[in-house]
Design a protein around this ligand. Sequence first.
Ligand code: ITT
Length: 221
Amino acid sequence: MSMISRTLVPSRANREAVRFRSETLTCPIVCLRTVSKITFVTGNQGKLSEARERLEPLGFTVKSDARGYTEIQSDDLLSVCRFGLRELEGSLEAPFMLEDSGLFVDALDGFPGVYASFAYGTLGNDGILSLLRDVEERSARFRSVIGFQDGSDAVFLEGIVEGRIAHEKRGDAGFGFDPIFVPEGQERTFAEMTQAEKGRLSHRGQALDALVDHVNADGQG
Ligand code: ITT
């Protein structure tokens, strides 16, 4: 099995670490680090599987941890991640990550947004389709924010995929709202794609790519 072996290098202070919207909390002293194993704190097997597919071929080992964390009431994914990461610091060995994601439907004023998990559990895909019955404007986007703690820095990485809500459920792959989300430029829903195809287009795939870029850049000092 290939492993990423990186020379221990000093971290750079005040690094511009994040590709989309970001925040970096920087260790005031010079730290030594290398990252090859990441603990992903999530209870969502779909997220875990997508992270493993994206990261493990690059030499990372993704360990799952389902301990959970407090998801604060906020309309901002970044705030949820920041609070969760801070809560886990001290009780979990770094490096670790968490991810908060949501589906934002324009015709529903951004609903379900950060409440996607709750909305999926209560309304499900059928409920979203019912809310959009006879609605022609069906644009929507998935957003993902990953919070990553490497032991000295907390970094936040975002991915977004634009698309639209289908008129009916299609496909069996994936999880959550995948059967009703068609990414921009595509005809198939995420649930009609392989996990690898979805990962090349998805919000989570983009956020994971940004995480890899960050870790690689860090490894170069
Ligand atoms: P955690 O333990 O990681 O928090 P969760 O499922 O509660 O798992 P979120 O709070 O981020 O995760 O909820 C986001 C919800 O949005 C998720 O439960 C799905 O219903 C939906 N969702 C997020 N990303 C999705 C994707 O790639 N495909 C389909 N639905 C997705």
